[in-house]
Design a protein around this ligand. Structure first.
Ligand code: ZN
Length: 237
């Protein structure tokens, strides 16, 4: 039958279009990566806020320490100056004891805060490195997605033109049979037979069908299982 080879060409192009479209649909658009980056950045901003808090606590403690130290010095000067009454001495000594214990407390607080600052700085640095890495990964994925999509669209356009040319050259009644079948068979109207298997339904074709395809390769034959048009490449006949 005339037009059979055009139908074969058309089916091959339709198959290619389908696979490129699937490829474009399954491309990683970076959404997952972006989500991961957002999660990292959120942790990072919490860690940075905590770092700021600990830093300001340290400043605060430093101020307290200096204030207490200078008061201590003043008291000590008073204590050792001449003509101080025993009563005043004991008052000063009591005050000094209280200042010393306050200084101890402040020093302990400073040590703790310094340790905390060290820890939080380490985790801030770690998170920052993770964030930088993820940002770069996202850029790569996004760029690849863009490139592949553009490439795919160009290829689709080319195939679309080829497809139109073949459709124009194909017998209209054959074409409408093809189109009707395509509608019924999820876009796959005509499929190849390889190793006696229909690639549309993955079922083996009957011996009778195999024989009639071989004896009349230019006729349209249908898979005895899924009903799609089938063809065998010449090299395999
Ligand atoms: Zn089949």
């Amino acid at each position: 039958m005339q037009g059979f080879s055009e139908l074969v060409q058309l089916s091959l192009i339709d198959l290619q279009i389908r696979s490129i479209q699937n490829e474009i649909d399954s491309l990683d658009d970076g959404r997952a990566c972006k989500k991961e980056l957002e999660a990292i950045n959120q942790k990072l901003s919490i860690a940075l806020a905590k770092k700021k808090q600990v830093s300001s606590l340290l400043d605060d403690l430093k101020f307290k320490y200096e204030k207490a130290s200078s008061e201590k010095k003043k008291m000590e000067t008073q204590l050792f100056s001449q003509g101080v009454s025993p009563k005043t001495i004991s008052e000063i000594q009591a005050r000094l004891a209280s200042i010393n214990s306050h200084i101890d407390e402040v020093e302990t607080g400073q040590l703790e805060a310094m340790e905390a600052l060290e820890k939080i700085t380490v985790s801030c640095d770690k998170l920052q490195a993770m964030s930088d890495q993820k940002t770069q990964e996202l850029e790569t994925v996004t760029q690849k997605f863009k490139n592949m999509t553009v490439k795919g669209q160009i290829k689709l356009k080319e195939l679309g033109l080829e497809r139109e040319a073949i459709r124009k050259a194909t017998d209209p009644s054959l074409l409408s049979r093809y189109d009707r079948l395509a509608e019924q068979k999820m876009g796959l109207a005509m499929v190849e037979i390889t190793n006696n298997l229909c690639t549309g339904c993955q079922q083996p074709i009957s011996v009778t069908l195999c024989d009639s395809i071989k004896s009349e390769p230019e006729e349209i034959h249908y898979c005895n299982n899924c009903g799609r048009m089938v063809f065998i490449r010449r090299t395999q006949v």
